[in-house]
Design a protein around this ligand. Structure first.
Ligand SMILES: [Zn+2]
Ligand SMILES: [Zn+2]
Length: 232
């Protein structure tokens, strides 16, 4: 099986991360993963992007986490794919399938509502999953899932921003609305007791193979043993 991380952060792009892109790539390679999707916080989330930059410079800052990871991945043999974690008042979305070029050429794409962002993502053939939909926090205005019609999938298992209760509620939400499920670590540091993600029978040629596997239920979710029995 080929293992892929679906949710991870790098420093300094994500303010909350303590690990460089190169260290992340090496850590996942050591754990036996085939690839990772870099999902740094976009400007509307926990971004460390300096204020007052032009869109071009801000985009370059945001993309540097992915680009550095990609360079290191190419060097040591780990596939690195581009993603982002988009936030609207604390409600977060994992987005796969947009390109770095798309970010560079779409100024103000950080100012959209969930409905507007969903429409933009879909109009461009990309994929949108709500991350840890029941997570609570002072910065999260609405700690519930969005309208299921706006998303293509749900993160039903999150190692670092979820717990048994919130992960369980997310799983039920996905089931109730027949939405594809995915699992991820949300890693912000290299030292973690265990990691999550998805496992595919075939190596993904690109991000769209991963999207397709999640959508069709062919992606096996990497869930620690003790909760595995109740996942499907
Ligand atoms: Zn974070
Ligand atoms: Zn995250």
């Amino acid at each position: 099986m080929y293992q892929y991380e679906t949710h991870m952060h790098t420093s300094p792009v994500s303010y909350c991360a303590s690990v460089s892109p190169e260290e992340q790539v090496r850590a996942y390679k050591d754990r036996g993963y085939a690839g990772i999707i870099v999902t740094d916080h976009f400007f509307n989330g926990n971004s460390a992007c300096p204020k007052g930059l032009s869109w071009e410079d801000a985009a370059a800052f945001f993309l540097s986490g992915y680009e550095r990871a990609k360079t290191e991945g190419d060097k040591i043999g780990l596939d690195v794919f581009f993603g982002m974690e988009y936030a609207v008042f604390g409600t977060e979305f994992l987005t796969y399938g947009l390109t770095p070029e798309f970010v560079r050429t779409n100024p103000a794409m950080d100012k959209l509502s969930p409905r507007e962002f969903s429409a933009l993502v879909r109009a461009n053939g990309a994929y949108l999953a709500q991350a840890h939909p029941y997570r609570t926090g002072s910065w999260i205005q609405n700690p519930y899932p969005v309208d299921p019609a706006l998303i293509d999938g749900v993160e039903i298992y999150n190692v670092c921003s979820g717990n048994e209760t919130t992960n369980g509620m997310a799983r039920q939400f996905a089931r109730r609305h027949k939405l594809p499920a995915q699992a991820g670590t949300d890693s912000h540091s290299a030292e973690l007791p265990f990691t999550s993600g998805i496992a595919l029978r075939e190596k993904a040629r690109n991000i769209f193979d991963i999207i397709e596997a999640i959508k069709t239920g062919r992606a096996e979710l990497m869930i620690p043993e003790d909760t595995h029995g109740s996942i499907r």
